[in-house]
Design a protein around this ligand. Sequence first.
Ligand code: TXA
Ligand code: MG
Length: 349
Amino acid sequence: MDTRVVGIDPHNIDHKELKRAGALIRDGGLVAFPTETVYGLGANGFDTDAVKRIFEAKGRPSDNPLILHISRAGELDRLVADVPEKAARLMDRFWPGPLTLILKKSSLVPEVVTAGLETVAIRMPSHPVAMNLIRYAGVPVAAPSANLSGKPSPTRAAHVVRDLLGRVDMIIDGGDVAVGLESTVAEVTGEEVVILRPGGITPEQIREVIGDVALDPAIEGDIIRGTPRAPGMKYIHYSPEADVIIIEGQPERVAAAIERMAQQLEEQGKRVGIMATRQTGALYRHGRVIPVGDREDPSTIAAGLFAALREFDALGVDVILAEGIEQRGVGLAVMNRLLKAAAYHVIKA
Ligand code: TXA
Ligand code: MG
């Protein structure tokens, strides 16, 4: 399949081109596009065949449901059975933005989208290219992250090109995304609100709006407890070619331990990558160092994490030694993705 790669400047949108992309989606095509979280791979959410092609293009297991993306609150009603009061408050506060809500589905939503579940995931992205594309498509846009299944989610168009060129109809290049991690997924089907996947909207922020929020036990801590309620969370995700090891503890001790390990591994003939931070990057004498953001501001680490994992793959390293960060605020989401990339391999310094 020929894939058209089209640049669209989010600050100066080429509406003619974006209308064509919207029509392509409506007519059953696959279009990768930027959102504020990660790039998505969109198809007409009402078109079962088009949605099936998403699963084929990504190599995604068919039991992993997709998020429907909308551009106006008014589109929600026909997709869901009802909107609990807490869901309405969360939408008011965080839409458009990086929050996906799991609600009871209506009969209009095809089974292929929800993988047979009685619930559907809905999100309204804030990225201007995504918003306008969905509006021009005129249908809810089913879209997972635009990576091959098992690869880190794409945070720039080059990542999508690498994974999906020849597998999709169009890739829209709208530059680097802002958040860098996938949206927070929260289930709001009853009284209780449960976070199934941590993301850009933190538990602290959600608590401010609705009081209490639970975390699916499967995302807490460094071991998997029970079966995650978001089917996608059970797969080994975000996995680069290299083995990833997380080193946790007090920052100076972490840096010292990583330096020691890097030296030992290099003596064994291994190529070592070090995922450092702005504060520690210059401390290392061994390994290929990529500083990813600022330890004091986890959102900057979120923004660079997936690109760094892909860069280490391009460098051909055998092992990635990654500094752990505090699981507070967006740090919870950062560590959730990093722990998956590391298959929960953690060393305490
Ligand atoms: O930021 C994002 O959410 C990006 C952009 C493109 O919007 N999309 C994204 O989609 O990350 P995906 O498919 O890679 O991840 C969706 C997650 C999966 O873990 C899936 O299992 C879960 O949401 N999910 C979808 N529908 C669900 C449902 N009805 N119940 C529970 N979990 C659901
Ligand atoms: Mg994904």
